[in-house]
Ligand binder design. Sequence first.
Ligand SMILES: [Zn+2]
Length: 466
Amino acid sequence: MKLFAEHILLADGWHKNQLLTIENGVITSIETGEHVTAMALEGASDIEVKSIVIPGMVNCHSHAFQRAFAGFSEQGSEGNDSFWTWRNIMYQFLSQLTSKDAELIAQQLYIEMLRKGYTRVAEFHYLHHDIDGQPYPELAQMAKAIFNAAQSSGIGLTMLPVLYRFSGFGELAPNHGQRRFINDVTQFNQLVDDCFELAAKSSNANVGIAPHSLRAVDKDSLVAAVDHVRGKDPKAPIHIHIAEQQKEVNDCLTHYGKRPVQWLLDNVALDKHWCLIHATHIDEQERQGMIAQGTIAGICPTTEANLGDGIFPTTEFVAEHGTIAIGSDSHISVNPVEELRWLEYAQRLIKQQRAILADNATPSVGQFLWQQAAKGGAQSTSSNTGELAVGKQADLLVLDTQALSVYATGDQYRLDSLTFASIEQSIADVMVNGMWVVESGEHPLARETQKQFADLLARLSASTAN
Ligand SMILES: [Zn+2]
């Protein structure tokens, strides 16, 4: 197909009047010139004309099922709430979810993601077993639910099955709430193999792994799982929750005598396909170690704010050319614009300065963050996405000119307006892997899925209340 964009954000910045040829999901040429513009604007029948086009965003961190209890954990109890009390509510909620429920929740979530501009998601998938904690007859049944949801919604998927073994440092036995997550390494590697098979049968999907955290895996298991997946794919993404809570850092210091990121730097060959989720509490040496290895910081600003985690040192990390990606994690928000806005605002509040996350080449904060997060997200998923250029996958968004015309004038302001000033749905069309999956803000499955999702929520909240 041929797509003519009047304004388009390419890898090297904004351009006008560009004609993209897209074949088998990949951009194979980008042409410009008066003849191209004349042909497109005179209505050549095989050219689709769009106004403002930007690359799709990659969501580097998702636990799909958590979308269904977003909003169910905001009742205060005299200042005693924390990440750890939230986690207990999450475990309770999980005790009733079937794989069919998980598929419906993921489908609802992925449609929401697409409509807000995420074109690919890394699913940090740890809900493996049935309600009693027994493996399903088909070990990958839950993973299959996620693949199905990604295929039916049309979002690109990077499946990261999670290795989860213990409830705390020192190989503490898992607790009852964690029974659905637990695998030994042999069973886990089997699950990884099954996921590779599911990906081979899917379009636009790949596989990595996610050792859950240093509190949930021991060193031998971690190394064995990494070796196994890297034997199958040397570029397989590896994600880990690393330093979300101060307590986690303290426990790691007690057990290993090192801070979590430092322990990883000293014990594992970190590289640019590793993504450290919530590297929130790092010191200067850990920050520099991550940057030296090209390791990605996976930041989830709305979830980290919601859970009271802390603030990642984004200003310093970005100034030293660290690679960032964003994730919606618990899905208290499903909107890349809100993640990027919070990412910048948290820094402004700490530093008492403005317009921080940008550089001389790209002074627009909105544009700088969108491009950095999309590219870093692509790296975190080992996917050929994240920017619009010849040879890249056609994952792109068409902005709604009706919405933007109210407050954006000129290409250099468009993503600032989108990031800081938009209050409504600003994305008209979404293309993933060369195919339109959202048109005029609508996804074909949205209405029916939303209805089923509402019924599911009513059922779950009724039984939770009892
Ligand atoms: Zn997470």
